[in-house]
Design a protein around this ligand. Structure first.
Ligand code: CMX
Length: 437
C-alpha cells in the first residue's frame, strides 16, 4: 500500500469511529431550522451534508482543512524551481489533513504520471467528436468513456464487501486524476492546434505537464497552472459541481460517472462556465464601445446596459461569499507580479472598481463582489491562451482534485444514499395554515 493510501486509511478509520460516537450521543440535537424561503430558494444555507476537505465562510472565504489560500501558498511545498505550490500537495492535505513533505509531493507527481495511460478507445471517442461540440461536453464524454476501467465496478460485480469500497475508489480516483489532464490537453490540441498532439513530459509535475501538453512551456505559465489548479480544486461541498459528484456517488456510481456528472454541473453559466462568459462579456463590451481601453465611466455605463437587458454580470456575485473571493485576490496578486501592465488585466481591475457599487445599488444582489471567474481569463489571455470556451475545462481539471478526494472520504465513511425531502406548494400552504391556527 502506498504511503498516501496508508495514511488516508489511518485517518478515516479514526474519523469513522469519532463520527459514530458523535452521532450516537448527539444525533437528535437540532443544528438548524429550515425556512420556507430556503426551500424555494435553492436550499441556500441549509446544513445537510458532510464535506471534510474544505469549508467556506461567507466572510473569510475558503479554507482547505482549516488553511486559507494565503496560508496554503505559504505552507504547501513549492519545489524544484516552482514559485507556486504544487496541487499535488493540496490533494495530499485534502486526503489526510497533513502537509506532505517535498518528497511525498514528488512521489505523487510521479505516481500520477505512472498511472496516466489513456485507453485508445477514449482517444478515438474524442477524435469522433466534431470541434463544434463544446470542449466541456467533449471532456465529460471522454471521462464517461474511461468508465470501463473502473475498478469499483469490476470489484462490485464480483461481490466486494462494503469495507473495501474506499480502496477501489481511491484507485479509481488516483487513476482519473492522472488522466484528466491528458484527455483535456488532447481535446485542446485537437480543437485548436490542428490535432498537433504533444506527448506528456515525464519529468514534469502534474500542472507543468498539463501546461506543456497544451503547448505552453514558459516557467511563468506553469506557475500560473499550479496556482490555478490549486485554487479551483475545492469550495466546500454545497456548490453545484461538488454536490453533484457527491450525490451521484452516493448511489455507488463509480468515480468516472460521478466526476462526469459534476463536470456537467460545472458547465453551467451560473457556475464554472462564468469564466468563459466573463471574457466573452468583456469582448462584447470592447466591440460595442469601439475601444480597447474603456474608461471606468464607459464600463459603468456598459454594466448598467447589461443589467437593463436582464443579463447577469458574469464573474460577480456568489451564493455563499459576502466579500471579494480570496481566489480572485490570489489571481490579482499573481497578475500584479507577472503582468500588471497587460491591457486585459487592467480592464478586469477597472471592472472590479466599478461593478460592486452598481450591483450593491440594486438592493437585491447579496454579494456584489467578484468571484473566482472574474480574473482567470485575463491571466490566461496574457499568455496567449485565448480560447475562451476551453476555460471551464481548466476549472474542471482542477475541480477533479477536490471532488475525487472527497469521493474517497464518502466511500471511506460509508456515507449513505443522499435523499432529501421535497415538498409540494400545497403542503407548504397547509403547513402555513396549520401553524397560524
Ligand atoms: N449580476 C446581476 N444580477 C445578479 C448578479 C450579477 N452578477 N448576482 C446576483 N444577481 C441577482 C440574481 O440574479 C437575483 O436576481 P432575481 O432576484 O431577479 O432573480 C438576485 O441578484 C439575488 O441573487 P443572490 O441571492 O445575490 O445570488 P444567488 O445566490 O441567487 O446566485 C450567482 C449566485 C453566483 C449564481 C449569481 O451571483 C450570479 O448569477 N452571478 C453571475 C454568474 C457567475 O459569476 N457565476 C459564477 C459563480 C462562481 C462559480 O461557481 O464559479
Amino acid at each position: 500500500m502506498d504511503r498516501l493510501k496508508e495514511l488516508f486509511k489511518i485517518k478515516f478509520t479514526a474519523a469513522a469511529e469519532e463520527i459514530k460516537a458523535l452521532v450516537k450521543e448527539h444525533g437528535t440535537k437540532i443544528i438548524d431550522t429550515v425556512q420556507i424561503e430556503q426551500v424555494y430558494g435553492g436550499m441556500r444555507g441549509i446544513k445537510s451534508m458532510i464535506w471534510e476537505t474544505s469549508s467556506l465562510d461567507s466572510l473569510e472565504g475558503i479554507r482547505f482543512r482549516g488553511y486559507s489560500i494565503p496560508e496554503l501558498r505559504d505552507k504547501l511545498p513549492c519545489i524544484d524551481g516552482a514559485t507556486e505550490p504544487l496541487p499535488e500537495g493540496l490533494f495530499w492535505l485534502m486526503m489526510t489533513g497533513e502537509f506532505p513533505t517535498d518528497d511525498e509531493v514528488r512521489w505523487l507527481s510521479r505516481e500520477w504520471m505512472r498511472r496516466s495511460v489513456v485507453p485508445d478507445h477514449v482517444i478515438a471517442t474524442i477524435d469522433s467528436m466534431d470541434d463544434s461540440i463544446h470542449p466541456m461536453t467533449q471532456f465529460s464524454i471522454a471521462i464517461m468513456a474511461m468508465q470501463c476501467e473502473s475498478l469499483f465496478v469490476q470489484k462490485y460485480s464480483e461481490g466486494m464487501p462494503k469495507s473495501q469500497y474506499w480502496d477501489v475508489t481511491y484507485e479509481d480516483s488516483m487513476n482519473l486524476i492522472s488522466k484528466v489532464p491528458i484527455v483535456a490537453a488532447y481535446i485542446y490540441r485537437k480543437a485548436f492546434c490542428n490535432k498537433d498532439i504533444i506527448r506528456p513530459n515525464r519529468d514534469l509535475d502534474w500542472s507543468a505537464n498539463f501546461a506543456y501538453m497544451m503547448g505552453y512551456d514558459s516557467t511563468e505559465f506553469k506557475d500560473l497552472m499550479r496556482l490555478y489548479l490549486t485554487i479551483h480544486s475545492d469550495h466546500e461541498g454545497g456548490n453545484a459541481s461538488a454536490h453533484t459528484v457527491h450525490l451521484v456517488g452516493s448511489t455507488l456510481s463509480d468515480a468516472y460517472l460521478s466526476l462526469s456528472a459534476g463536470m456537467n454541473a460545472l458547465a453551467g453559466p451560473l457556475h464554472g462556465l462564468a469564466n468563459q462568459e466573463v471574457m466573452d462579456w468583456i469582448y462584447d463590451m470592447i466591440r460595442d464601445l469601439g475601444t480597447n481601453n474603456p474608461s471606468k465611466s464607459q464600463i459603468a455605463d456598459y454594466v448598467r446596459t447589461t443589467l437593463s437587458q436582464g443579463i447577469v454580470v458574469p464573474g460577480y456575485g456568489h451564493a455563499v461569499l459576502r466579500v471579494a473571493d480570496p481566489r480572485f485576490i490570489a489571481q490579482m496578486e499573481f497578475a500584479k507580479k507577472h503582468c500588471a501592465d497587460d491591457p486585459m488585466v487592467k480592464i478586469v481591475w477597472n471592472v472590479f472598481e466599478v461593478v460592486p457599487d452598481i450591483l450593491g445599488s440594486l438592493g437585491k444582489v447579496k454579494n456584489p463582489w467578484p468571484n473566482v471567474d472574474a480574473h482567470s481569463g485575463a491571466l490566461l489571455e496574457h499568455f496567449g491562451f485565448t480560447q475562451h470556451n476551453f476555460y471551464t475545462v481548466l476549472f474542471g481539471v482542477s475541480r477533479s482534485l477536490g471532488v475525487l478526494a472527497h469521493l474517497c472520504w464518502d466511500r471511506a465513511l460509508n456515507l449513505p444514499l443522499e435523499r432529501p425531502k421535497s415538498l409540494t406548494t400545497e403542503e407548504i400552504k397547509k403547513f402555513i395554515q396549520n401553524s397560524s391556527n
